[in-house]
Design a protein around this ligand. Sequence first.
Ligand SMILES: C[S@@+](CC[C@H](N)C(=O)[O-])C[C@H]1O[C@@H](n2cnc3c(N)ncnc32)[C@H](O)[C@@H]1O
Length: 283
Amino acid sequence: MRSPDPGTGAAPAGDLAAEVARARWYHGMTLPGGVVTPGDYDLEDTARRIPLPDSLAGKRCLDVGTRDGFWAFEMERRGAAEVVGIDVEDPGLLDFPLPRPAIEGESRENLDRRNLAFAVAHRALGSRVERRLISVYDITPEEVGEFDFAFIGTILLHLRNPVDALAAVRGVLRRDGRLMSNDGISVPLTLLRRGEPAAEVVMQPGRPFWYLPNLAGRRRMVEAAGFQVECAGGPYLMRYGAGWQHPAARVTPRQPGIMLQRLVLRRGAPHSWVIAHPHPQAP
Ligand SMILES: C[S@@+](CC[C@H](N)C(=O)[O-])C[C@H]1O[C@@H](n2cnc3c(N)ncnc32)[C@H](O)[C@@H]1O
């Protein structure tokens, strides 16, 4: 076994490739030595599509549902003074709609492979990101402190109470802090009911989503959680990564815009983003 890089403590590329192969990746990202993780989604492509601030110099940042840590590491790379990534490890804490996806019955070995991904990337990047196991619903300033910037990505669609989750994030943001939400969206409702808040009620086998709002609906959710929206964009496609194995276009004839959905889902997952700050009159 070769020695770790003295500068970063990261494993040499050969060892790193072997470690990467042992983990289960959701985030496709490039680690030192050009080792690319076989994630379900290509997060580097996504980072070019959304306006995450170029500089987060000196900011204390929160990454909600950090998973393999891509966004936390990206905030660190953009100068954040401190980054905390939160997640839940116990599949029982994921409030996916019934029927629950396979994750509930996943073996300990598979769960360990999921957790390993963050650990491998963290070490390879020589990161100082702190990963905390706490549900977004439970974050308070006492538990996690206060933040200047919070990123919440691809999680609201999985949550029973997305507005409560956003409100909890607002509760740990400084008054002059900023939120960036980047989440799944309904393309047909965004195109067909432009400007009018609406959402698909999903909750069906193979699609562990509660609600897929259109862009106006996502904005409305953020506002309902006590934020003032500064700007928003999308839909755009979060492109599948090298690890994507599931059959695309898992849609049923009852969904609106079926042909459009099929076409879109073949290439990636439709997302939109919103940037907001705490409403001055919010409690
Ligand atoms: C679909 S992944 C998205 C990962 C990453 N945020 C992104 O934007 O690519 C959802 C993540 O949210 C986490 N998660 C689900 N419920 C959560 C909760 N209540 N509190 C914190 N994290 C949660 C999951 O464990 C998973 O890591």
